[in-house]
Design a protein around this ligand. Structure first.
Ligand code: 9MR
Length: 469
């Protein structure tokens, strides 16, 4: 049952981390600030955005959206980024033959985000390997790369259980070459990413590449997968991308099973061969114990979910410190707006992200009860909750960002080499105060985009800005 799965996962996660519970909760005061994702002016970017979209899993590989939807999203929700789904089967329909017409369609949509000043993370999506592995249940890999050795498969409900079907396990075992028979599949995937990176290297809206959605190790799991198989694979893809693109960020995900629920990940450091500061981001997801599978955030389940919040909040930053990488919550959500506790759950993960100083991409913007428009085009509970005041770009080293309705507080320290203002998204005309000396700081309000720019006093080391309606 779903509850059984929750209990098991939580117990496993707790067992795995009990010994380290005290460690790493607070970095030493003198420690270097954690790395952050930065823009070309050196400002820290906090990414707020929507996964766009599950509907891209269909034949065309393209999401349901139109240009107007992107305009509306930017205006009404203040998103500054998007995790944009693309699929291997659409990029490389035949081995070594890339469908550039598909990439042109992707580029056309990337331009819609560019017009809104948004950053695009291209996510090579997959679920349960690909559509040909289990009677159309999955998405991702092309048919030619789906080698199930004739093993059986029955799609399961909830869908994630399909991961355990014999054909699916074998498809992954062949992909990761656990079988020793198919080294070519990872090579093809690596070359495919190089092709995509070459296409988008100079597109100013593209911030980076999420190398593989929710990787799954087949019959090799956890410590037998993430360290020895997944990490070296990421390293090869990063090396291939860096031959054609030195600047975009590369997002690596831990194995989804376990880390989605807060369990420790054993993903190891990936070196960035680019000259200058590394640009690798750890991009875990957060789906505590089945909230996305018709769950609730109430009663006993809420306690289990809160345990997973605590685990995630400790274990994912610990993994990021090991990688010396910034972090971004690539997927979270999936709860229907009518599910018990949906608003509380949303508020709690938003606060967790703010506390950790990380951005997020909500799952997803597909119309419906989990989306930001319902089936009839009306806003949902999530439209309002996700339109949350935040600093999109911070001109220095971030110290804190906290939102307690209706007040946003952002503080940062000066950092050498950073230029431009701190930019804050706020839903209504803001009143602003700052700890900087009077007359030494200034603001500008862009009423159309709802963006407040703050130029702090360069002769003051630390700044705290408070924004209220
Ligand atoms: O929400 C999606 C659901 O409708 C699909 O049946 C399922 C399989 O394609 O995928 C769900 O989306 C998942 C995403 O692809 C990966 N992370 C977890 C998401 C929510 O379960």
């Amino acid at each position: 049952s779903a509850l059984g799965r929750i209990t098991l996962t939580t117990a496993l996660a707790l067992a795995g981390t009990a010994g380290t519970a005290a460690a790493g909760a607070h970095a030493h005061a003198d420690a270097a600030p954690p790395p952050t994702i930065t823009d070309d002016q050196g400002r820290t970017l906090i990414l707020h955005g929507l996964n766009t979209a599950s509907s891209a899993k269909g034949d065309s590989g393209l999401p349901w959206i139109d240009r107007d939807d992107v305009v509306r999203e930017a205006r009404e929700m203040g998103t500054d980024s998007v995790r944009y789904l693309i699929l291997w089967r659409n990029v490389e329909p035949k081995p070594g033959q890339y469908d550039d017409a598909y990439l042109d369609e992707v580029a056309k949509r990337v331009a819609w985000y560019r017009e809104q000043g948004m950053h695009v993370i291209l996510d090579m999506h997959q679920d349960i390997y690909g559509p040909d592995a289990c009677k159309g249940a999955g998405d991702g890999a092309p048919a030619w790369a789906t080698i199930t050795d004739g093993l059986p498969c029955t799609p399961q409900d909830p869908w994630v259980l399909t991961y355990l079907q014999p054909a699916i396990l074998r498809a992954y075992d062949n992909f990761w070459n656990n079988t020793g028979k198919h080294p070519e599949l990872m090579q093809r995937y690596t070359a495919m990413w190089q092709h995509v990176a070459k296409r988008f290297a100079r597109d100013p809206a593209v911030l980076g590449y999420d190398l593989m959605n929710e990787p799954f190790g087949g019959t090799r799991q956890f410590g037998f997968f993430e360290g020895p198989i997944l990490t070296p694979f990421y390293q090869r893809v990063v090396n291939a991308i860096r031959k054609v693109d030195r600047d975009n960020w590369v997002f690596v995900e831990p194995e989804a099973l376990g880390s989605n629920e807060g369990a420790e990940s054993s993903i190891a450091p990936v070196k960035d061969p680019r000259p200058g500061t590394p640009r690798i981001v750890l991009a875990p997801h957060f789906y505590p114990g089945g909230v996305d599978l018709g769950g609730a955030y109430s009663g006993a389940t809420k306690l289990l979910i809160q345990a997973q919040f605590a685990l995630w909040k400790r274990n994912m930053p610990a993994a990021a410190r090991r990688l010396n990488a910034p972090m971004w919550l690539g997927e979270v959500g999936g709860m229907g707006q009518d599910a018990p506790g949906a608003a509380d759950f949303t508020g709690d993960w938003l606060s967790m992200a703010d506390d950790l100083g990380i951005g997020w991409s909500y799952w997803s913007n597909d119309p419906g009860s989990t989306g930001v428009t319902d089936g009839k085009g009306n806003p949902t509970l999530f439209t309002k909750l996700l339109a949350r005041p935040y600093a999109r770009a911070i001109a220095g080293t971030p110290v804190t960002m906290s939102y307690s309705s209706p007040t946003l507080t952002v503080s940062w320290r000066n950092k050498a080499g950073v230029s431009g203002p701190t930019e804050i998204w706020f839903p209504s005309t803001p009143k602003v105060t700052s700890t900087d000396p009077a007359g030494k700081w200034r603001t500008a309000w862009d009423a159309g985009r709802h963006v407040l720019s703050v130029w702090a006093d360069p002769n003051t080391a630390s700044h705290t800005v408070t924004v209220t309606p």
